[in-house]
Design a protein around this ligand. Structure first.
Ligand code: PEP
Ligand code: MG
Length: 596
């Protein structure tokens, strides 16, 4: 039995066999000239690889058409056409025959030449096909090199998915009902994959360093997403302890569902800090019910674009937003949904947008053309989304917010476009809520420092600590190598948080926190103590935070904040975290039982 420790990324426990998912990022591709006489063998490998890759694609198309409709499947139908193109096959075979290249080199050279040719063409259709060529090349090489191919086709029974890392699009392609848990070498607690795992209610441990080489496929592991550990080949005692934890977590959920007759976030002294859910469209809303969310505090609209073959239309978006608003209304009286405008870019590079006018690969994507910057540069995309959000607001309690805003010009430009879209709807006689609240995320230090100016241009603030911490500390939120610098309680972060909350109060606008730090028992309560009006998080964490708040009074919160403030600016993030923990244990001795 061995235990590996990583980052506690999505709470919950799982036990099951390992399924090793190999991404192709670091796939070694052998390239050499074959001995005379081996050409026929290489041609045979090629034929087999094409057949197998085509079979994988056909299976994937079938699964996707059934699960998500025809549109997602169309991308892969295009890949199948390229794969079966006789010209491609002929060129590859010619290289094997004439230059005695092994199959892998022949594929790489042929595709590289085609890529060059396509990217020089004036016809945008061919330029867009370059990315498809990349995918087909990877698929063929994976089969030739012997890597696992599509996760859909490989994962056939419930298992714990072990991977180096997973992209958001790989994560959503995995069959949800068969994934018991995620364990990855890289990643962090706030990478988008981590957030997806939370939204799906699947336990996850990231930042394990070398789990892919520490386990074998099929081996049994215990995954504890709450403490961030993975135990390989557990003994009887570990399994019993594990079942005990599962049982305790079940009891906590039951207690919470009894307590949920009181609105979430209610303090012992009365008064409350309402709790909301962060959602990813595409992940069913059902899992949220019964956890205490009073509405949807963050609707990550960009997931409507994920794996999409084309831009979602205005009607499709409007109906998705309406569905979210209808669902939010069932969570509490007047329950609202806060729709965040398309937050594309960073690690959320979706194939559709990279085919269009966004730069294909940015050297520094987290500082690049993302979110509001992309929207302002692509007004047609922005306007379509605004129309859809406004239309949804006619019937439901909808709020809109802008992501990644770093300067007031962006807010002003967005307001001008929104005003114009409203006039357009007026002219067309289309109904919308004229009082729809329009807010902004505060997740860039420049906006936090200058929050007063932003507060006069917004109806509300929603602080995105996932990004705010990353940009303040200059520590990539998805990189486990710098996870120790990603400190929610670093005095610099706390100073920004205090400043933003104070600016909102001065201006009389509401301020919430929708970064995942709100789900951390010590940190979420600290934001409440600082004066956040509400918190929004992955729904599976709401019961824990709600339970903690129900044990505290407003005076307790003031005391908690004073204890943290007494640490001063010279304290380290870790020391402040330790101070939070000491204070909390003194007031809630069974903290560790609650925070399971
Ligand atoms: C954040 O940055 O805190 C946030 C909520 O946005 P996202 O995690 O989607 O970047
Ligand atoms: Mg963000």
């Amino acid at each position: 039995m061995r235990t590996l420790t990583g980052l506690p990324t999505a709470r919950g426990f799982a036990i099951g066999p390992v399924f090793i998912y190999r991404g192709d990022g670091d796939m070694p591709v052998p390239e050499y000239v074959v001995e005379p006489g081996r050409e026929e063998y290489e041609r045979l490998r090629l034929r087999r690889a094409r057949t197998e890759a085509a079979r994988d694609l056909e299976g994937l198309i079938a699964v996707l058409s059934e699960r998500s409709g025809k549109d997602e499947a169309k991308i892969f139908e295009g890949h199948l056409m390229i794969l079966q193109d006789p010209m491609l096959a002929k060129e590859v075979v010619r290289r094997v025959t004439e230059s005695r290249l092994n199959a892998e080199s022949a594929v790489k050279q042929t595709v590289s030449e085609m890529r060059e040719r396509f990217s020089r063409m004036n016809d945008p259709y061919f330029r867009e096909r370059v990315r498809d060529l990349d995918d087909v090349e990877r698929r063929l090489l994976k089969v030739l090199v012997g890597f696992a191919s599509n996760p859909h086709l490989e994962l056939k029974a419930p298992a714990i998915v072990v991977a180096d890392d997973l992209t958001p699009s790989e994560t959503v392609q995995l069959p949800r009902d068969l994934v018991l848990g995620f364990a990855t070498n890289g990643g962090s607690t706030t990478s988008h994959v981590a957030l997806l795992a939370r939204a799906m209610g699947i336990p996850a441990v990231t930042g394990l360093g070398s789990i892919t080489s520490a386990v074998r496929a099929g081996e049994t592991v215990l995954l504890d997403g709450t403490s961030g550990t993975v135990t390989v080949s557990p003994d009887r005692e570990a399994i019993l302890r594990f079942h005990d934890l599962v049982e305790r977590q079940r009891e906590l959920s039951e207690e919470v569902s009894v307590a949920s007759r009181r609105p979430s976030g209610t303090l012992r002294s009365g008064g409350d800090v309402p709790l909301f859910a962060n959602v990813h469209p595409g992940v069913p809303f059902d899992g949220i019910r019964g956890l205490g969310a009073r509405g949807i505090g963050l609707y990550r609209s960009e997931y409507l674009w994920l794996n999409a073959e084309r831009e979602p239309t205005e009607d499709e978006q409007a109906s998705a937003y309406r569905e979210a608003a209808d669902f939010a209304a069932t969570l509490s009286p007047g329950g609202s949904v806060t729709i965040r405008a398309l937050d594309i870019g960073g690690d959320k590079i979706f194939s559709l947008l990279s085919r269009q006018d966004a730069p294909r690969r940015e050297p520094n994507p987290f500082l690049g053309n993302r979110s509001i910057r992309y929207l302002l540069a692509n007004p047609a995309v922005f306007r379509t989304q605004l129309r859809a959000v406004l239309r949804a607001s006619a019937a439901g309690n909808v709020r809109l917010m802008y992501p990644m805003v770093s300067c007031v010009e962006e807010l002003k430009a967005s307001a001008r476009i929104l005003a114009d879209v409203r006039s357009e709807l007026d002219r067309e006689g289309v109904a919308y809520d004229r009082n729809m609240k329009v807010g902004t995320m505060i997740e860039v230090p420049a906006a936090a420092v200058n929050a007063d100016a932003f507060a006069s241009l917004a109806d509300f603030f929603s602080i995105g600590t996932n990004d705010l911490i990353q940009y303040t500390m200059a520590a990539d939120r998805g990189n486990d190598a710098v996870a120790s610098l990603y400190q929610p309680t670093n005095p610099a972060v706390l100073k920004l948080m205090r400043g933003v909350i104070a600016a909102a109060k001065r201006r009389g606008i509401s301020v919430g926190v929708c970064g995942e730090s709100a789900a951390d028992p010590l940190v979420g309560v600290l934001w409440a103590a600082m004066g956040a009006d509400h918190l929004s998080m992955s729904a599976t964490y709401i019961p824990v935070i709600s339970k903690l708040l129900s044990r505290l009074t407003r005076d307790d919160l003031d005391g908690y904040l004073s204890a943290v403030e007494a640490m001063g600016d010279g304290a380290t993030g870790r020391e402040i975290m330790d101070c939070c923990r000491r204070w909390m244990l003194a007031h809630i001795p069974d903290l560790d039982n609650i925070a399971l």
